[in-house]
Write a protein that binds this ligand. Structure first.
Ligand code: SAH
Length: 470
């Protein structure tokens, strides 16, 4: 075992080979993009899961490459001042909350830095107004949706929880600190019911058993709760009794079955059968109403979504006269947010069900200046532009992690909107795309990080770009 502070003395550049299972004592210097700790030994980089910036710790190399290695945190010798005891006892095994061992302030610092670094290093931009990241006042219980697999423990009890790491082994845990408190109560009711009625969970190996997953959603503004039980069949015996028991939960508004008899990893089946109440719950983002069905996409952190969209609206700089394109629009949330301040909004989304929801949401909110198209943004926009000479004052994009297709970016440049607003859940691909646009006549004016997923390594960000007038 060796100490990197000692090894730093004149030994840099030595042809040292680092091997699996070797142990080192290191000080964590920084946080990697996934939330892992980073330490250096003579310029050789170690990535250490669960280590917090500032920790002095003993680590063991688990996989060594030429210029870097992955290492396991064996022991924290001197905890970092930023280290806290995670509230969740299973956070390490679950792997969802990768930075829960860091204080919330440190988590925000890490996310703010990550966005800045990516914009500077990948995006090659330095001159922009960078607002402090918007964190949550109460960074727990923020998720409005949870899906729990149901299975059997080794001693034959019915359990629910989450899959450990990239496996299908269920780690028993009903109390996720990111989810709503009602989850635990609902899972308890369903498991007791199954025990009493001798209903078995689905077994992925034998393909027998009835109950596969339980999906729970809560509308934060209206308080409505939806339970959808995913079954390997088309009904649950004595389901009236189960409904009765679930109605004890305050806010219970919709209970349904999702029929999934396929041998698949996809959770939801094609058919939804409502067994109590409405086939949807209703929630609000800001003052806009949304109907959410079991299979609809809806942002999982509604509190932060409101803040994110408000920034996107601010960066769009609308006066009521503009034509706006909202690409990758999902169920039209951003489109509808913008529509009341624009002349016309066009939304484009690849999933046809989402566009059906978007049209319905527009109607529900009395918005008649939003039009939606099903298709790939990189195909719909270029086609529209060629055929109709499409015009845009503002283009908003909110792509998945892989970012925008070049064909789309090229069309945006040709259409030459005054402003481009880029909403992103991956600041690396955001930076790549921003660079494309800055090399073709745009400049980044404003950047705002929003912490949509506290305790995880992920972060959202919105960038306001302006066309340069030369
Ligand atoms: N703006 C929405 C959704 C953002 S998530 C919201 O805030 O709720 C990204 C969306 O892009 C998803 O709905 C996904 O289905 C969609 N998508 C993925 N690839 C696409 C493509 N090539 N063209 C259009 N939409 C796409």
């Amino acid at each position: 075992m060796s100490d990197n502070s000692e090894r730093d003395c004149g030994k840099a550049g030595e042809d040292r080979v680092y091997k699996k299972n070797e142990e080192y004592i290191v000080v964590i210097e920084d946080t990697g993009t996934g939330g892992e700790g980073i330490a250096k030994i003579d310029g050789y980089t170690l990535f250490i899961k669960d280590a917090v910036r500032g920790d002095r710790c003993r680590v063991r190399i688990t996989k060594a490459h030429t210029h870097f290695a992955y290492a396991k945190l064996m022991e924290v010798l001197e905890p970092s001042p930023y280290r806290v005891e995670p509230v969740c006892p299973v956070s390490k095994r679950c792997g969802g909350c990768k930075v829960m061992a860091a204080s919330y302030e440190e988590q925000l610092r890490f996310k703010e830095n990550k966005i800045r670094n990516n914009l500077e290093k990948i995006g090659k931009i330095t001159d922009f107004e960078y607002y402090p990241i918007i964190g949550m006042e109460e960074p727990y219980h923020y998720r409005n949706k949870a899906q729990f697999p149901i299975g059997l423990s080794s001693d034959g009890r019915i359990i629910s929880g989450f899959y450990a790491g990239r496996t299908h082994v269920i780690v028993e845990n009903d109390k996720c600190y990111l989810g709503v408190p009602e989850n635990e109560e609902i899972l308890g009711i369903i498991k007791n019911f199954m025990e009493e009625k001798h209903i078995f969970p689905y077994d992925e190996v034998t393909l027998h058993g009835l109950i596969r997953h339980v999906m729970i959603r809560k509308a934060f503004v209206t308080g409505e709760i939806m339970v959808c039980i995913i079954v390997n069949g088309d009904s649950i015996p004595d389901s009236d009794d189960l409904v009765e028991r679930l109605l004890a939960v305050k806010g219970m508004s919709s209970i349904s079955l999702s029929l999934n008899t396929e041998n698949t990893n996809v959770i939801m089946g094609k058919t939804i059968k409502t067994i109590y109440g409405k086939p949807y719950i209703t929630d609000y983002i800001h003052d806009l109403q949304f109907r959410i069905s079991p299979k609809s996409f809806f942002q999982v952190n509604p509190v932060q979504t409101d803040k994110l969209y408000s920034k996107a609206l601010e960066f769009a700089g609308l006066t009521g006269q503009e034509t706006v394109w909202d690409l990758y629009c999902g169920i039209g949330t951003i489109s509808l947010f913008l529509a009341r301040n624009a002349r016309k909004v066009y939304g484009v989304e690849i999933i046809s069900d989402a566009i059906r929801d978007a049209r319905m949401n527009a109607k529900l909110n009395g918005i008649d200046n939003a039009e939606f198209f099903v298709g790939k943004s990189e195909e719909v926009l270029p086609k529209f532009y060629q055929q109709h000479g499409g015009y845009a004052d503002v283009v908003v994009v909110d792509p998945p992690r892989k970012g925008c297709d070049t064909a789309l970016l090229e069309t945006i440049v040709e259409m030459a909107p005054e402003r481009v607003v880029y909403v992103s859940c991956d600041s690396a691909t955001l930076a790549r795309d921003v660079r494309f646009l800055t090399e073709r006549g745009y400049e980044v004016r404003k950047v705002q990080g929003v912490d949509m997923f506290p305790h995880t390594g992920h972060t959202e960000c919105v960038v306001g770009m302006q066309r340069k007038h030369i």
